[in-house]
Design a protein around this ligand. Structure first.
Ligand code: UTP
Length: 300
């Protein structure tokens, strides 16, 4: 059973400044719910019951979002606004949220290391909150199934275009069945000509607790940060680690263009918003082509 999940959310979110000066990146909304809520919902849908948020000073809002809001609830109840009332209950029953501080943002590997006591001796999931998925079934659910079948750590991967390879952890693996690889090595943010493949780690992992001593000994790598990818590479040299191609459309909402793409795709996926959004898109395209069309005075 994989019951526990770790959500690292202690980063600085510099790519979204100034928005993230006072508001955590994980609280930026896609349509009408913050990024963090999507990953919590994905984890819960995959059977996770205990969630650890790795946060830092100034990110108290992340916990507040999953707390009960009694005054608001009472007001909505009085007004009979039951569907809004339901929407404020952001943490499903039976799920417990924990949090731990990462004193300094020393990297994703260091953030995951803060989960050592929470995890104990169980396998656990890691979900990065700036990656969101549109898929029939939760992305994490598929990885948990693979873990159950193989009994070893599994990283979710998707193929990325060459120009994006240097933004991701990249897997070197041997295909053992369609869409499933045994990992030979992992490298964080390689230049495209040195990358072993185009299989990028997509921010969803099932990891075993034997990673912790390895993470504790991991030196800063790419970008001067303690990288989870380097800890996993050390793990892969000691035991079988797998990479599974994940289903569904993935959005890297950690950069502005990816965030906008996710916003559009999630809005278009909502039957109540789709017609309105399509109209807006048509209008904007119309305005652009009017701008681009030469006026009669400019012709000839
Ligand atoms: P990112 O590098 O994408 O996020 O880390 P960031 O550092 O917040 O954003 P930029 O790069 O400055 O714009 C991926 C995830 O790992 C967490 C981040 O919060 C994010 O969810 N993280 C990263 C930590 O929790 N601690 C760290 O030291 C670094």
């Amino acid at each position: 059973m994989v019951r526990k999940a770790v959500i690292p959310a202690a980063g600085l979110g510099t790519r979204f400044l100034p928005a993230t000066k006072a508001v955590p990146k994980e609280m930026l909304p896609i349509v009408d719910r913050p990024l963090l809520q999507y990953v919590v919902e994905e984890a819960v849908a995959a059977g996770i019951t205990d969630i650890l948020l790795v946060t830092r000073q100034g990110k108290e809002l992340l916990e507040d979002h999953f707390d009960r809001a009694y005054e608001l609830e009472a007001r909505l109840q009085d007004k009979g606004k039951t569907s809004l009332l339901k929407s404020t209950r952001t943490l499903p029953g039976g799920v417990t949220l924990f949090s731990v501080r990462q004193g300094e943002p020393l990297g994703l590997g260091h953030a995951v290391l803060q989960a050592r006591n929470f995890v104990g001796d169980e396998p656990f999931a890691v979900l990065l909150p700036d990656e969101v998925f549109l898929s029939e079934r939760p992305c994490l659910g598929g990885l948990i199934e693979t873990y159950r079948e193989l009994g070893g750590p599994v990283v979710g991967v998707q193929e990325v275009p060459p120009e994006e390879v240097s933004r991701y952890g990249i897997v070197d693996g041997e295909e053992i069945s369609p869409g499933l690889y045994r990992v030979r090595g992992l490298v964080e943010k390689p230049p495209v000509d040195a990358a072993p493949s185009r299989w990028a780690i997509i921010g969803r992992y099932i990891i075993t607790p034997d990673i912790f001593p390895l993470l504790a000994g991991t030196r800063p790598g790419a970008g001067g940060e303690i990288q989870l990818t380097d800890g996993l590479a050390a793990l892969a040299s000691r035991r079988a680690v797998y990479a599974a191609v994940t289903e569904g459309r993935r959005f890297d909402a950690g950069n502005t263009l990816g965030f906008l793409e996710a916003t559009l795709a999630f809005a278009l996926a909502r039957p109540d918003l789709r017609p309105g959004v399509l109209k807006i898109i048509e209008r904007e395209i119309g305005a652009l082509s009017e701008e681009a069309a030469p006026t009669s005075g400019e012709r000839g």
